[in-house]
Ligand binder design. Structure first.
Ligand code: B3K
Ligand code: ZN
Length: 910
């Protein structure tokens, strides 16, 4: 497997471990600069593997002692590995004792054991345990753990690890100890330790099984008032997993602990989840509706890992999507089930698809493109991606679409029956799904279906419909293709479930009677496309329908269907599938945007046509549609998604076009926006439920439109109202929406509002992150954002070492403010390169994410492309880059698209 720090690991080179580790007994003497770790393990040779030396992984450890069965032994260090050759022969277990020290205070990578605001935390996934002790740091080695923590009692009153507290007591010198035993075997990436001055919100629940559990959410003493929503979400998660999948909590005690310094969102350590504060803490005055939603879904996600990830784990890291894709699917289903109404469910689905399209589609078309189950990596941390997570979740969703909800449940049951307690592969999951559903489309097509795991790139489905009035037939010609990706020049056809309906002129779904098929469907049916091309004919079709394809986004593909604008209007106004109603609006907006972007003419004063405006107005004024849904329909496709449709991207042009569209939408629907604002602006005492958060979303969108229109008309009333709302808001959602309206319209009141915001929230880290982000995301006026961002890097509250703070400023600017980042003078790229070089020395994982802001450089128009390349080459020339950053940068430079060497500045459509 992994031979050293700089070698590529390959999926097909998997070999089982030469040793098993059955028991691990760890004793920690916690100290900020020198923590002592005594590791006593029981090992035995794996009889299935030829005899070889024991090679234990380590990283930045100081080794003091190694004993085998209590005796000194010879050992050597091979790079960072500890190698033991003279071990007892035969299969009998033996004891290995290793004593090391590490320095948590110097651990700015936040992997292994680190300090956050005076408390100890760990992060071991994927390869952090080797920074705590020498070990076989791979997920297929599962052991039983006993952990003793010793520390100063005053500084670290709470001592936590996985499982059950079996002993605790006082020690000399003001120290104390706690001993924990995990009743479940686990891979070391699920190991965790926490020690510090924490307090807990507690709740006892009795599960369906009758078993009682103690749930705890640990935070800093001042933050307890922000844990109610987290606890509620945890209780809901426990109940939901029992109800939907029959999966109960297998522990007496389940703990969540929040830290302000964390690379990821959260971590599913067995019984001791460690969370970024961003996904635990929520109170109405500092957290928005999306923050509340994110807390619910991340708490769900980590909890659901207890079965999908922990009870059944991954054999190797190439199988990451086995646990991540499945668990994202589960958390999405959880949030949808909790949302309640079909409309609120559709809103969740649309939000997920927006995320997939703006993050995963570009990834699949860029230098980091990789299959859901990657084939190789230099640094596994780089593969915690939208492809592994979100596309992986879509793959799991397709199983459910193919075998139905009940069939999916059967597949899950069989998966647990077969593999509980094991470390397995994506193939094992696929096989369980298929075997549990004999005779299904899935079972018949399994090998082909599994291409979703092995082929990268976003497939394109082309659809052409033809109505024959005489024969009363409607024929759909479908074809699929997938663009080449690195190392995969040609693709085999995928299994693509296409949920579809035929929409009549009055909006009704026509009955679906496929020719040669005996079953008739009343509303929608799922057609499974398996060939490169296929024809599907429906008979007894009374009038020319509009096909509604890929309903609910039934597969992670791009649909290419030559709809007329009138057909899209019909779908927008009447489709029974809410997802496709929204999608029709997106397509209408996207087409207008692309036409304008690719036209050499100057932007017209009225880029939007009357029919499109009228259609959007009708949605905005609709008496029955939910506000949340309206807000999504009235939001234009984002710049990332628009850019994704273009083979050459001029970010300034893309931005200018979208802004012009937004402005016209604001001015010409002005009275409608006023109406919507008045309808939605008051939501009473704060509740994060779908109805009231929908009202806030639409009121916020309306206020932004009204401030934009006001700027255009030199009016001061709406900015004044926005400022007032900003000041008086009873919750962060309304407050932030009002502030954003002022900032986005460039109104001078934005300045005092921002400084007032700072005064209000300077002591609230998560709210202060938003203050940094707001300024990094501000509209660019003659290049003013970069100097502001630069200045903010010197702000006393800015700290590069805290991932949330670094991301709030740097990622917001580099990833999410296209117009300000892509400067014709290349200043944004130079700033990016400087920060990447600076931050890589502290925290490679966070830096590698930032480095990916340049993923799309090869598709940029000039002068951006050359300036971007220069900046990337400057980073590449640094000799001491981390593997994390080197992998991203190397792939990026290798992605130069030859066809564009002769780029002219006029963009073309893919
Ligand atoms: N499994 C963790 C991710 C850990 C990230 C490591 N770089 C959180 C999650 O997906 O649930
Ligand atoms: Zn996860």
């Amino acid at each position: 497997m992994r031979e050293g720090q700089s070698t590529v690991t390959k999926r097909l080179e998997y070999a089982p471990p030469a040793f098993w580790i059955d028991n691990v007994d760890l004793t920690f003497d916690l100290d900020p600069t020198k923590t002592r770790v005594l590791n006593k393990m029981t090992l035995r040779r794996n009889p299935a593997v030829p005899v070889e030396p024991l090679k234990l992984d380590g990283d930045e450890l100081n080794l003091a002692r190694v004993l085998v069965n209590g005796q000194g032994t010879s050992f050597r260090l091979e790079g960072e590995r500890l190698v033991l050759e003279s071990l007892p022969e035969g299969d009998a277990p033996f004891e290995l004792e290793i004593f090391t020290t590490c320095n948590p205070e110097k651990n700015t990578k936040l992997m292994g054991l680190f300090l956050s605001d005076g408390a100890f935390f760990t992060q071991c996934e994927a390869e952090g345990f080797r920074r705590i002790t020498y070990f076989l740091d791979r997920p297929d080695v599962m052991a039983s753990y006993t952990v003793t923590l010793r520390a100063d009692k005053a500084k670290y009153p709470v001592l936590l690890s996985n499982g059950n507290l079996v002993d605790e007591g006082e020690l000399e010198g003001g120290r104390h100890f706690a001993k924990w035993q995990d009743p479940h075997k686990k891979p070391c990436y699920l190991f965790a330790v926490v020690a510090g001055p924490l307090v807990a919100r507690e709740q006892r629940i009795v599960a369906r099984s009758g078993r009682e559990h103690l749930l705890q959410v640990y935070v800093r003493p001042g933050d307890l008032d922000q844990t109610e929503h987290a606890m509620k979400s945890l209780v809901n998660s426990v109940l939901w997993d029992e109800a939907r999948f029959g999966l109960s909590l297998d522990l007496d005690r389940f703990m969540i602990v929040a830290t302000g310094d964390f690379n990821a969102g959260a971590m599913e350590n067995k019984g001791l989840n460690i969370f970024n504060t961003k996904y635990v803490l929520a109170k109405p005055s500092t957290a928005t509706d999306s923050d509340f939603d994110a807390v619910e879904s991340v708490i769900g996600h980590e909890y659901f890992h207890n079965w999908t990830g922990n009870r059944i784990t991954c054999r190797d890291w190439f199988q990451l999507s086995l646990k991540e894709g499945l668990t994202v699917f589960r958390d999405q289903e959880f949030s949808m089930d909790l949302a309640g109404t079909p409309s609120a469910c559709a809103v969740k689905r649309i939000e997920n698809v927006i995320g997939l399209r703006s993050a995963q589609f570009p990834e699949d078309a860029g230098p980091m493109a990789h299959p859901v189950r990657p084939d190789e990596y230099l640094e596994i941390s780089n593969f915690y991606t939208a492809t592994v997570y979100e596309k992986g979740a879509e793959v799991v969703r397709m199983y459910q679409t193919l075998v139905g909800r009940e069939g999916f449940r059967k597949g899950m049951d069989l998966y647990f029956q077969r593999h509980d307690g094991q470390a397995v592969t994506c193939d094992d999951f696929a096989q369980a799904m298929s075997d549990a559903n004999p005779g299904s489309d899935l079972a018949r097509m399994l090998p082909q279906f599994k291409r979703w795991y092995s082929q990268a790139g976003t497939p394109v489905v082309k659809a052409e419909g033809r109505y024959d009035a005489d024969a009363r037939t409607y024929t759909l010609r479908l074809s699929q293709s997938c663009p080449p990706t690195s190392g995969q020049p040609a693709k085999e056809p995928f299994v693509i479930p296409i949920r579809l309906g035929l929409v009549a002129e009055d909006g009704r779904d026509l009955p679906l009677q496929p020719e040669n098929g005996n079953s008739r469907h009343e509303g929608s049916m799922t057609y499974v496309l398996t060939e490169s091309q296929a024809t599907l004919t429906f008979v007894d079709v009374d009038s020319e329908p509009v096909p509604s394809l890929l309903r609910g986004f039934s597969a992670p593909v791009k649909l290419d269907c030559a709809y007329t604008p009138d057909q899209l209007m019909r779908l927008l106004a009447q489709d029974s599938d809410p997802f496709n109603r929204w999608e029709a609006a997106q397509q209408l907006g996207l087409r207008i945007a692309i036409d304008l972007i690719t036209s050499p003419a100057p932007l017209p004063s009225r880029p939007l046509n009357d029919a499109y405006l009228a259609a959007l107005r009708a949605v905005l004024r609709h008496p029955e549609l939910d506000a949340a849904f309206k807000a999504l329909v009235l939001s234009l496709p984002d710049e990332e998604y628009i850019a994704e449709q273009l083979s050459v991207v001029d970010p300034q042009r893309t931005h200018a076009v979208r802004e012009a569209m937004k402005l016209q939408l604001a001015t010409e629907l002005q009275s409608d926006w006023v109406w919507a604002y008045e309808q939605c602006k008051d939501t009473g005492a704060y509740q994060p439920d779908p109805i009231s958060s929908g009202h806030r979303a639409l009121a916020g969108l309306a206020l932004q439109a009204l401030c934009l229109a006001a700027r255009d008309q030199g009016d001061i009333v709406w900015p004044g109202k926005a400022y007032q709302r900003f000041k008086d808001a009873g919750n962060m959602t309304d407050r932030l929406n009002a502030l954003t309206a002022l900032i986005n319209s460039g109104h001078e009141l934005a300045k005092p509002a921002l400084s007032r915001y700072y005064d209000l929230f300077r002591a609230e880290p998560l709210a202060l992150d938003k203050w940094f982000a707001l300024q990094a995301l501000a509209p660019d006026h003659e290049g003013n954002v970069l100097p502001i961002v630069r200045k903010l890097t010197q702000h006393p509250d800015f700290n590069l070492r805290t991932p949330n703070r670094a991301r709030s400023l740097l990622s917001s600017y580099c990833h999410r403010n296209q117009a300000a980042f892509h400067r014709p003078d290349g200043g944004g790229y130079a700033f990016w390169a400087d920060r990447v070089i600076e931050l890589d020395k502290l925290n490679p994982q966070v830096t590698a994410r930032l480095a990916r802001a340049m993923d799309q450089w090869a598709r940029l128009a000039e002068p951006y492309r050359t300036a971007a390349r220069t900046a990337i080459e400057r980073v590449a020339a640094k000799p001491d880059l981390s593997n994390d950053v080197r992998e991203v940068i190397t792939r990026s430079l290798a992605s130069s698209v030859p066809a564009q060497e002769s780029t002219n500045s006029s963009p073309s459509i893919e």
